[in-house]
Design a protein around this ligand. Structure first.
Ligand code: KIV
Ligand code: NA
Length: 276
């Protein structure tokens, strides 16, 4: 049994084995990345941008996250399923945060939840972990803070903000988080945080020294072009493949090249005769 669990996260850091993560939002893609051997899959609230077409993650609801989490869960056999707590689902009160985290597990079939924030979320993380729900932290460029940051900007470049991120990471570890995403922070700072922590760090724009990496699946496949951050590496250009497939389909239909006999269903002549 090669099921990846939160315990596997700790073992991977111990053994200096890199942890691989990608996002997924639907059954088919979940099955594809799981079959390829990914360690963990995140149903990210990036669903709001790449699936729903919003220009931030702030419009995503608990209902959306439960729906996508359910779809992805059906596609996974090996990978750990982590689902994002969306904006406003954990900010109003700790009680609401625990209930919503529980819903992602109970209805969304997630195995862990992720939330954005550091020291300000330590008590919330502790309460969720107390409910026996593993929590992944997320600090640095936290997209739900876009209106406070004034855009999607690299975080922790000054001494005060960098020290603050170190304190955030330590607070999340102390609160019981099993791992922390470091998004868009200087490589050397991510390295320092990774060395200070016993739990693994997962980088996205966090550089080479994180314990693992995560990227948005639509970004690496070249299927989302509204905005491509510097930290993305494109491993495919499915936009080109899809464009070729769709334009060929259109011209095939227009020119009666599709469908061919092999794509059609037959009927007995004796039956057909009676219809004429
Ligand atoms: O929502 C998301 O996809 C994320 C990551 C890319 C870390 O939070
Ligand atoms: Na997210």
């Amino acid at each position: 049994n090669n099921k990846f669990t939160t315990q596997s996260f700790f073992k991977a850091k111990e053994n200096k084995e890199k942890i691989t993560m990608l996002t997924a939002y639907d059954y088919s893609m979940a099955q594809l990345v799981d079959n390829s051997g990914i360690d963990a899959v995140l149903v990210g609230d990036s669903v709001g941008m790449v699936m729903q077409g919003h220009d931030s993650t702030l419009q995503v609801t608990m209902e959306d996250m439960i729906y996508h989490s359910q779809c992805v869960a059906r596609g996974l056999k090996h990978a750990l399923l982590v689902t994002d707590l969306p904006f406003l689902s954990y900010h109003v009160s700790i009680e609401e945060a625990v209930r919503n985290a529980g819903q992602l597990i109970q209805q969304g079939h997630a195995e862990a939840v992720k939330l954005e924030g550091g020291q300000n979320m330590a008590a919330t993380v502790k309460a969720i972990v107390n409910a026996q729900i593993p929590v992944m932290g997320h600090i640095g460029l936290t997209p739900q803070s876009v209106n406070i940051f004034g855009g999607f900007k690299v975080q922790g470049k000054e001494e005060i903000t960098a020290q603050n991120l170190i304190n955030d990471a330590l607070a999340l570890e102390a609160a019981g988080a099993f791992s922390i995403v470091l998004e868009a922070v200087p490589e050397a700072l991510a390295k320092l945080i990774t060395e200070k922590l016993h739990i693994p760090t997962i980088g996205i724009g966090g550089g080479r020294y994180c314990d693992g990496q995560i990227l948005v699946i639509n970004d690496i496949l070249g299927m989302y072009s509204d905005f491509t951050p510097k930290f993305v590496k494109k491993y495919a250009n499915l936009n080109i493949d899809i464009n070729t497939a769709v334009t060929t389909y259109i011209s095939d239909v227009k020119n009666s090249e599709f469908p061919k006999p092999e794509h059609t269903f037959g009927i007995k002549d004796s039956v057909l005769d009676k219809l004429y």
